[in-house]
Design a protein around this ligand. Structure first.
Ligand code: HDE
Length: 712
């Protein structure tokens, strides 16, 4: 429709009823008005009637039939009957937190996006992390991609950065997404497996679709079993555009870099945790925030000027490719801090609705065909998941400014829109609400005027055709232990595939093209003939390796927020505990004292020492390191305690730092564990510092070959 000229005397431009800057703080938490607190309140029906008996249905006599007229019971049961909504088709299992984003400085040269202009301004965010494959109740630590979705409640509207913890994706075109998801999801006949990709349909699909090679390699790497949601990088994956007030655009790739460092679980630990603590990741995030250990990420962008669009060996629009950081470094923009847990899982974490199409002036899409399809899918899926098109009115999804437009009605409408004219142009309501022209500042959204001249075709660009070079770059860039983990992961997953021809296809047609040694090792583990050559010629790569891809180079260097178990029994030397606790506290780590049971133990000097839990209740997989203090009786008791011995063996197997006081060395000797850089014996400060240094290394990788001999 053509724009109408405003009526005489009605030429006001809209756009100034946005957020009052002076009042930003009051607006910052737009959810506050919706939070309710039942403290001191009467129990009422949904109609406001006070309830006098919430224990008994209305009956004809104490032993008689229930009466239909019991509106209190009927209302309660009816509401309960409808408590569930459909879970997300993918990313169903998630956990989330509130926080803020703050730019380091003005990025006006790069973008006119308001939240990137003023370093004194904090923009509220809500971040939801998720696994992809499993249902809502599945385990946290399964091998999977993790979603990393951030909603910025900016003064110009909501901006959603709906990314993952890996920088590439399985497919290049949105039309393949239902195929991919159907292949990875539990199989249709028996709904197995829950929370895993080790099954025939997944490997059938990915072995037939070579564009998945790079991403599958990432999912077979340690990145797919993160230690914590706090130790994951995040990526926007697709190329986006930033546009400044002068209308100049650049291509960007978004990165989140955790201050906590990047590190992972080991596979045996991940599998055990999936059973021992299904909630391991959400618990860790929740507890960290409760303890004031607020996780922090740096938002950065790789900036690619428009004129450089075609200078790479890959296509910037291809979501199966990274831009190596060695070619284009990441420019830091600001930080994000998560500092508040949600009050209500359902109202916030479950009902939040992200969409990559939620952008603000100064940001725009690229023509990545995967991104273009996503722009449609997310809003569409919310309509069935959240029951209609008014999900933007749910408190967690509301933008922080008042929303006015001609949209009306539909299920669950919350706003009571005044006025008669829900159409535009109108003269009845003075023409309101009105458009705001695009402008350098506070303007209406304007799409970047990219020139497009093309034929309508269903074609994949030839520039998307190289599926193996970057996969092989990733494999080459891994440290030796990381490469070994990848070989083990392919062997484990393909070992679960029943059809041998699928295993062989993955080895010969995919792995052999990534790296012949990788293919040979996996073939050997599967009892398949070793491939002798790649079947596809890959392009010669200018970059021999990319150190930014190896997690070994991404540790934080400290032990902040790390969890240390102290194993004790009656007769423990409490001074040794105090000394260790003091060192850990100074380093920002957390210690938990574990006893044979949850009951307090008696120290060597006869005092009662409360314990935080029993060693059985909090197993070694819940910790980063373990220390055994001295005290003759305590050590003697532990040496006969199977749970404590298993605790130590398991920590050893999982390559964790272990420290023991001198008189507890007999425990280590009894278990036949060799001393190494991460197995420290001693009572003095030097021993404690060596222990701290070992924890900071995250794992004792040199121990790995030996640890294989330790029973699982
Ligand atoms: Fe998603 N994706 N996706 N995805 N995705 C969804 O939206 C979809 C893709 C991602 O915490 C769904 O609200 C299509 C890439 C995250 O709520 C759905 C395609 C990336 C989340 C959907 C992709 C993602 C989702 C399911 C291919 C990384 C969870 C429920 C064209 C950049 C967000 C929902 C949350 C969720 C569709 C590919 C990340 C069905 C069609 C690539 C983090 O709309």
């Amino acid at each position: 429709m053509k724009k109408q000229t405003p009526e005489p005397g009605k030429s006001e431009m809209a756009g100034t009823d946005t957020v009052d800057r002076g009042n930003t703080n009051a607006k910052l938490d737009s959810l506050e008005q919706f939070r309710t607190d039942a403290t001191g309140q009467a129990l009422r029906t949904n109609q406001g009637v006070k309830v006098s008996d919430n224990q008994n249905t209305l009956k004809a006599g104490p032993r008689g039939p229930s009466l239909l007229e019991d509106f209190i019971m009927r209302e309660k049961i009816t509401h309960f009957d409808h408590e569930r909504i459909p879970e997300r088709i993918v990313h169903a299992r998630g956990t989330a937190a509130h926080g803020y984003f703050q730019a380091y400085e003005s990025h006006a040269a790069l973008t006119k996006a308001g939240f990137l202009q003023d370093p004194s301004q904090q923009t509220p965010v809500f971040v939801r992390f998720s696994t992809v494959q499993g249902p809502r109740g599945s385990g946290d630590t399964v091998r999977d991609v993790r979603g990393f979705a951030v909603k910025f409640y900016t003064e110009e509207g909501n901006f959603d950065m709906v990314g993952n913890n890996m920088p590439v994706f399985f497919i290049q075109d949105a039309i393949k997404f239902p195929d991919f998801v159907h292949a990875v999801k539990p199989e249709p006949h028996n709904e197995i497996p829950t929370g895993g990709s080790a099954h025939d349909t997944f490997w059938d699909f990915v072995s037939l679709v070579p564009e998945s090679a790079h991403m599958v390699l990432w999912t077979m790497s340690d990145r797919a079993i993160p230690k914590s949601l706090r130790t994951m990088e995040g990526f926007g994956i697709h190329t986006f555009r930033l546009i400044n007030a002068e209308g100049q655009g650049v291509f960007v790739k978004f990165h989140w870099k955790p201050k906590q460092g990047v590190c992972s679980l080991v596979w045996d630990e991940a599998q055990k945790l999936a059973g021992k603590d299904t909630d391991f990741h959400r618990r860790d995030l929740w507890e960290s925030i409760e303890m004031g250990d607020y996780p922090e990420w740096e938002l950065g962008v790789q900036i690619i000027p428009e004129e450089d669009e075609h200078k790479f060996e890959f296509d910037l629009l291809d979501p199966t490719k990274i831009v190596p950081e060695e070619l284009v470094p990441v420019t830091p923009l600001g930080k994000m801090v998560l500092n508040r847990n949600p009050d209500n899982y359902f109202a916030e974490t479950e009902q939040v609705a992200f969409c990559p199409g939620h952008i603000v002036p100064g940001i725009d899409f690229s023509n990545d065909p995967l991104l273009q399809g996503r722009l449609f899918s997310y809003t569409d899926t919310q309509i069935s998941r959240l029951g209609g098109p008014n999900f933007h009115e749910l408190p967690i999804n509301r933008a922080i400014m008042p929303i006015h437009n001609g949209q009306r009605d539909a299920q669950h409408r919350v706003s009571i829109d005044k006025g008669r004219a829900s159409y535009e142009p109108n003269s009845i309501d003075g023409g309101w609400p009105k458009e705001t022209p695009a402008g350098p500042k506070d303007g209406g959204f304007e799409t970047y005027p990219e020139r497009v001249e093309a034929h309508k075709v269903r074609e994949r660009s030839e520039s998307f055709g190289d599926h193996f070079s970057q996969a092989s770059l990733f494999f080459r860039s891994m440290s030796k232990p990381e490469q070994e983990h990848i070989i083990a992961a392919y062997s484990f997953e393909l070992g679960k595939v029943e059809r041998e021809y699928i295993r062989a296809r993955q080895v010969n047609e995919i792995l052999a093209n990534i790296d012949l040694e990788l293919a040979k090792r996996v073939a050997e583990n599967l009892g398949l003939p070793a491939p002798t050559a790649a079947t596809v010629k890959t392009k010669p790569q200018t970059l021999p390796e990319s150190p930014a891809l190896s997690q070994m180079n991404l540790l934080s260097g400290d032990i902040k927020t790390r969890k240390v178990a102290i194993l004790v029994a009656n007769g423990v030397d409490s001074k040794a505990i105090d000394a260790l606790k003091a060192v850990l506290k100074a380093e920002g780590a957390h210690a938990k004292v574990l006893g044979p049971t949850s009951a307090p133990v008696k120290t060597a000097d006869g005092k009662s020492l409360p314990v935080d839990a029993s060693a059985e209740g909090l197993p070694s997989v819940a910790f980063d390191a373990v220390w055994v203090p001295g005290g003759e009786a305590s050590v003697k008791a532990l040496s006969g305690d199977g749970v404590a011995l298993h605790f130590l063996l398991e920590a050893y197997k999982h390559l964790k730092a272990i420290g023991v006081s001198s008189d507890a060395k007999s425990l280590i000797d009894g278990l036949k564990l060799d001393l190494d850089a991460g197995l420290i014996v001693g009572d003095d400060d030097a021993a404690r510092q060596a222990f701290v240094a070992a924890i900071a290394q995250h794992r004792v990788w040199a121990r790995e070959p030996k640890a294989k001999a330790v029973p699982a």
